[in-house]
Design a protein around this ligand. Structure first.
Ligand code: MN
Length: 735
């Protein structure tokens, strides 16, 4: 490889090479010549080095035309060089297919060039990977927004547009069906993006090439007609041009006057949308006047209005009220000689640059400018310049908001597996998406795949991802989700579901508690006279029996006290037998805990009860029953409220896993934590949390929270851990 220092002495001159189409092929020497007009030698040398790198990576690859592949990236760079783009953009253009089509990885580009360039190439590759299947107008709009949202550096879009432009220029080599697909995508997606960013040069060419490829016959007919008409018009165009020039000179207004051809696609659209015949569409003579200052623009306007009669209601002042992409000009329509319609645009050189290149004009190389700007700095600068313009001209229509939202979006755009694009607020997670699709999907979602890989439900979505929501009939909203969802719809649906769920569980638990208490009196709910229930409901101000059960289940009322009100000792006829029975069954059946009661039965975090432990239940207002172990240190706190204690016992065939805390003192050695974690995992227990509570030179104290099935399971794990040499002490903790 040639040392790039020696490049300073290279003459970028080579024999012209004839390409497949018979024209001269654009070579790296030509690019170096072109860029040496505005970049310094060091930057041109970097471009040359990028060329060598890319040519090496693409070695042996050919395009559909049969040309070496490297011709394509070289021409993409040429398009950007003609816009006088900075050297990072050009290098990224030369390398733009290297990640996608060769084994080269992003980090290699970051090392060989710089991280900004690697980011741009990576961004272009990501855009290349998503493909747009034309559906609805609205889909196309979302797709455009998605593309803009995916590009953190606007230069990604500029390289992508240049890539698309060169692909359109060389579309002939592809089979017809592929040609049409790419052409449609160009017209529906890329040309409108170029338009939004004010890249007029790109818009015109993309549209004409897209039109030619999608409707070849219409294009040919229209092109022939235009050519014919142009011959007839030549004379009159010259005449008008001359008249305007003379008048401007007489008024001492130096400026350029250019006859302007409308591009074919805009003529076609006008014919189609307004249903006007060809003769009428083409029967307009269009001119552009470019002058040196804003002041001169208005003076030039007065001049042409005095030359030809203006057509009422056609004047538009886009200088005072620029278009949303920053476009500025004065537009007017006139009646010319023989009454021919004339359209005139008047603007300054600066406005012309913005009109042609839009956002790209801010990446154009300007000498002495620091090129190591942060990614968005220049896009922001562009926006700022639009804002300043807006302020100068006062409040104007719809201005800027669109552009701003496009470049710095508050939304993410993701695909469903069916290819539909969903718009969500920034920070949205798969759960938000699930609820956006349908409430039922949200309520039963259990997992998510992002670009076909499983990811936690709390992962924030990124524009361009394909998101698949996995649902299951047993799926239930998790109260945890409320900590990360961002959409109102997800939040309110989750809350609503949990409220209903809790109510259902509370009623169920309340029924079990009151049944248990009545059993102490050898009674069932059916034994209680309805009028007694009704009068108690009236007294409590409750609507129905279910409301009473819910209140009990939630711990707001204590079941034995409610039973005492329902079954008063003295008032019960034949109460003698009842009371006797009651005394005989003093130790009524306890409430059996299954672990599946849901939110109304919780396990205390202070002592972590597990099946096999002796336990107590405590009715906690609003929360249902909280289970503690009998060894819990907090127990004494609750002895003041004996009426709130509930007799509980574990169900015999209990299902599930329960967290328990274990403290381990282990020798302070490298890898000791990993050894213990491996042993725990080996015993089939999940580690929920580890905290290093204490550490000195010799020992480390670790507090593990692990999920176990029951006491036996825990004992096995402890035995297994004791067998590890490193472990000095191990004990279950009940803090
Ligand atoms: Mn390409």
């Amino acid at each position: 490889m040639r040392s790039h220092d020696s490049l300073q002495h290279i003459e970028y001159r080579a024999q012209p090479v004839v390409g497949a189409d018979g024209g001269a092929v654009f070579l790296i020497n030509d690019l170096c010549n072109l860029t040496s007009n505005y970049l310094d030698t060091r930057q041109v040398n970097e471009i040359y080095r990028a060329y060598l790198f890319s040519a090496e990576a693409h070695r042996g690859q050919v395009r559909a035309s049969g040309e070496p592949y490297i011709f394509h990236p070289l021409n993409v760079a040429r398009i950007l060089a003609e816009l006088r783009m900075d050297h990072q953009s050009l290098i990224a253009a030369i390398l733009h297919d290297v990640i996608e089509d060769t084994p080269t990885a992003k980090h290699q580009l970051a090392e060989a060039f710089d991280p900004d360039i690697a980011d741009i190439v990576d961004g272009v590759s990501k855009l290349t990977q998503i493909s747009f299947e034309s559906k609805a107008e609205e889909q196309a709009e979302n797709f455009r927004k998605m593309i803009l949202a995916m590009a953190r550096d606007i230069r990604v879009i500029l390289v992508k547009l240049a890539d698309r432009l060169h692909n359109m220029r060389t579309l002939d080599a592809l089979p017809a069906q592929k040609r049409r697909k790419i052409a449609r995508e160009t017209l529906e997606i890329y040309a409108p993006i170029a338009n939004r960013l004010g890249l007029n040069k790109f818009v015109l060419e993309l549209e004409d090439l897209g039109f030619a490829a999608l409707y070849p016959i219409r294009y040919r007919v229209l092109a022939a007609e235009v050519k014919k008409a142009r011959g007839h018009r030549k004379h009159i165009v010259k005449r008008i041009e001359h008249a305007i020039k003379q008048r401007l000179q007489a008024e001492n207004l130096p400026g350029k006057v250019l006859g302007r051809e409308k591009h074919l696609y805009s003529l076609y659209q006008k014919m189609r949308n307004k249903a006007v015949p060809f003769s009428e569409v083409l029967d307009v003579y269009a001119f552009r006047i470019i002058v040196d200052s804003v002041d001169s623009c208005y003076r030039a306007l007065g001049t042409v209005h005095s030359l030809y009669k203006p057509k009422p209601g056609t004047f538009k002042d886009y200088i005072a009220i620029p278009k949303s992409n920053g476009y500025q000009s004065l537009h007017t329509a006139l009646f010319g000689p023989y009454g021919v319609p004339i359209e005139v645009q008047i603007r300054t050189d600066d406005m012309h640059e913005v009109a042609e290149s839009g956002v790209a004009s801010h990446w154009m190389y300007k000498s002495g400018q620091d090129s190591s700007n942060a990614a968005h700095a220049r896009a922001r600068k562009w926006l700022r310049s639009l804002l300043v313009m807006q302020r100068e001209v006062g409040d104007s229509i719809e201005f800027i908001e669109n552009v701003k939202i496009d470049l710095f979006p508050n939304e993410v755009y993701v695909f469903t597996p069916a290819g539909e694009i969903m718009q969500l607020p920034r920070g949205a997670t798969p759960v938000d998406l699930a609820y956006a699709v349908h409430t039922d999907v949200g309520n039963t979602c259990v997992a998510a795949k992002l670009d076909r890989r499983y990811a936690p439900l709390r992962t924030p979505l990124v524009s361009g991802q394909t998101v698949e929501i996995v649902t299951a009939p047993w799926g239930r909203p998790n109260p945890n989700w409320l900590n990360f969802v961002v959409t109102g719809k997800a939040r309110s649906n989750i809350r609503n579901y949990l409220k209903n769920l809790r109510r259902g569980e509370a009623v169920e638990l309340g029924r079990r508690l009151i049944t248990q208490s009545l059993a102490g009196e050898s009674l069932t709910i059916e034994d209680i006279p309805q009028d007694r229930i009704n009068s108690l409901l009236g007294e409590f101000g409750l609507a129905d029996f279910e409301a009473l059960l819910e209140d009990i289940g939630l711990g707001n009322r204590i079941a034995p006290l409610v039973v005492r009100r329902l079954v008063p000792l003295s008032e019960e006829p034949g109460g003698e037998t009842v009371r006797t029975a009651s005394r005989n069954t003093k130790s009524a059946q306890p409430l059996y805990i299954k672990g599946t009661e849901g939110m109304v039965v919780t396990f205390a975090k202070c002592c972590h009860p597990i099946p096999g432990d002796s336990i107590y239940g405590f009715a906690s207002a609003g929360r249902g029953i909280v289970i503690h172990t009998q060894l819990c240190k907090n127990l004494s706190e609750y002895t003041k409220r004996p009426e709130k204690w509930i007799d509980v016992e574990w169900e015999s065939d209990i299902q599930g896993e329960f967290p328990v805390e274990v403290r381990i003192d282990a020798a302070n050695q490298k890898g000791s934590l990993a050894t213990m974690a491996a042993a725990i995992a080996e015993m089939g227990a999940n580690i929920e949390n580890v905290v290093i509570s204490d550490r000195d030179g010799l020992y480390t104290s670790l507090n593990f929270v692990i999920d176990v099935i029951d006491r036996t399971h825990l004992a096995q794990i402890i035995r297994r851990l004791r067998a590890i040499n490193l472990v000095a002490r191990i004990a279950r903790t009940r803090s």
